[in-house]
Design a protein around this ligand. Structure first.
Ligand SMILES: Nc1nc2c(ncn2[C@@H]2O[C@H](COP(=O)(O)OP(=O)(O)O)[C@@H](O)[C@H]2O)c(=O)[nH]1
Ligand SMILES: [Mg+2]
Length: 318
């Protein structure tokens, strides 16, 4: 692992990829990896992009990468959309569209299979962002799909969150609006070339009117990602939000909370690993599980017994 970290520090992309895979899979080395790279983090601007499938998020991200590349040394992209696979797969469109980015050493693309939706395991988004940050990516774009609680959780690690909507969503628009209130810093209405874009803007405007508890009012930006229109307006809006984050002290507050959260989660993870790999494998514990299964022992009483055992063990071990 030292070798990998060494390679990582020397900007070897292969080392970055391998470290991300280790962290993504919750390997036992995760904590050591994060400990080692953490001092190098803290410089990146993280942008989250979400919205319904087919809204044009990937097309927009492609344009944003080009835009950021003209100003920033390195851009990292993390795609958490199971239907949109950069690394070859079902959606060839993304791969073809992004071909230029694969040729550009300054762009690092990574896709992540969502485990969150079914498995209840949040993908290690925050850690992967930190790895890209430590590697030297100045801008990191996270693309995800949907506007539910899952996406809100994923995007909590983004400095600026874009929610993309499009004309013609019909009933989906209501659900989208609820999500927008919770997530968005910037609202993009993409496919402005299609009829009804203006109505979506009016609709969103009305909704934002209801949101008065915040210092920041999301801006609404019309884009045609496919035709490269509206990207500079969007860029300007992002810049304004970024400035707001700095001047209002919000960025600093978020960073502090995230630091604590990262520590909390790492402890939680360590505990889970200890339980899974060591404690729950102990004979006394396995015996309690067996009694639950075979002798009808009250599972809650059994859980209480196991916890007792865990705590007494932990205290004895001190
Ligand atoms: N008419 C129109 N189509 C667009 C625009 N932006 C993207 N699209 C198309 O919408 C489809 C879905 O785009 P994609 O970026 O893959 O959407 P995602 O699922 O949100 O990532 C593709 O066929 C794009 O070419 C736009 O501004 N106008
Ligand atoms: Mg996509």
């Amino acid at each position: 692992m030292e070798k990998l970290i060494e390679g990582f520090i020397q900007k070897d992309r292969m080392a970055l990829s391998k470290l991300i895979t280790l962290v993504e899979n919750d390997s036992p080395e995760s904590l050591d990896i994060m400990k080692a790279i953490y001092p190098l983090t803290g410089k990146a601007y993280v942008l989250g992009v979400t919205g319904p499938p087919g809204a044009g998020k990937s097309t927009l991200v492609d344009k944003l990468i080009r835009n950021f590349r003209s100003k920033a040394d390195g851009v990292g992209v993390l795609c958490i959309d199971p239907s949109s696979i950069f690394g070859g797969g079902a959606f060839l469109g993304d791969r073809v569209r992004m071909e230029w980015a694969y040729q550009d050493d300054g762009v690092y693309l990574r896709s992540l299979a969502t485990r969150g939706a079914l498995g209840g395991l949040a993908p290690r988004v925050s850690e992967i962002i930190k790895l890209m940050d430590a590697f030297g990516k100045e801008v990191i774009i996270v693309e995800t799909v949907g506007v539910g609680q899952m996406e809100a959780d994923i995007l909590r690690y983004a400095d600026t969150k874009i929610v993309v909507s499009v004309p013609g969503l019909g009933d989906q628009m209501q659900a989208l609006k609820a999500g927008i209130l919770e997530i968005a810093d910037v609202l993009v209405v993409n496919k402005a070339d299609l009829p009804g874009a203006r109505d979506v803007v009016d609709d969103l405007q009305m909704m934002l009117y209801l949101r008065k508890d915040s210092d920041w009012t999301p801006e609404i930006i019309l884009t045609e990602a496919l035709h490269d229109r509206g990207i500079s307006d969007l860029d300007a809006a992002l810049e304004r939000h970024r400035t707001f984050l700095g001047q209002s002290g919000l960025k600093e507050r978020q960073t502090r909370l995230q630091r604590e959260h990262a520590c909390y989660r790492a402890v939680e993870e360590g505990l889970k690993n200890y339980l899974r790999e060591s404690f729950l494998e102990a004979e006394e514990v396995k015996d309690i599980f067996r009694r639950v299964q075979e002798e009808g022992l009250n599972p809650y009483q059994a859980a209480a017994e196991i916890l007792q055992l865990l705590f007494s063990k932990t205290c004895r071990g001190r």
